[in-house]
Write a protein of this length. Structure first.
Length: 137
């Protein structure tokens, strides 16, 4: 079995299969991590996908200084913090608005949308397995 660190190095070198293996290993554990911290299951799925989008975005900068698991969960913790800040900031705002609070878009997601478009066009379909597994495509 190939180590996570070797897979990340292979992914950095361009291996789609290596990314898919990392995705398969960590998709469910990361979703569980988010689900325990965020009550909305759909948001937990979004944040799980955001972790992998961040990995795709930063693949050229990856250095095996720590375990891949540590790297992924550090990204996840930052996303949880951003989500909680966003929720607390928009809690009052959503009460004032006429539309339901779940219709308000997270600024972090808005910043990642161009990334999704760019990666879908430039990574030979790497995002398709993510979208299929998470039910977005």
């Amino acid at each position: 079995m190939t180590s996570d660190e070797q897979l990340m190095l292979q992914f950095r070198a361009g291996s789609r299969d290596a990314f898919e293996e990392i995705f398969e290993r960590y998709r469910d554990p990361l979703y569980g991590f988010f689900r325990r911290r965020i009550s909305n299951g759909a948001r937990a799925e979004d944040l799980t996908q955001d972790v992998f989008l961040a990995v795709i975005r930063a693949k050229e900068r990856y250095e095996p200084k720590a375990l891949v698991r540590t790297y992924l969960y550090a990204i996840a913790l930052k996303l949880v913090s951003a989500e909680r800040r966003w929720q607390s900031k928009n809690q009052v705002t959503s009460l004032i608005q006429s539309e339901p609070s779940d219709m308000v878009r997270c600024p972090l997601r808005a910043r990642l949308r161009p990334l999704c478009t760019w990666n879908a066009a430039n990574t030979a379909g790497i995002l398709l397995p993510i979208c299929r597994v998470l039910g977005a495509g």
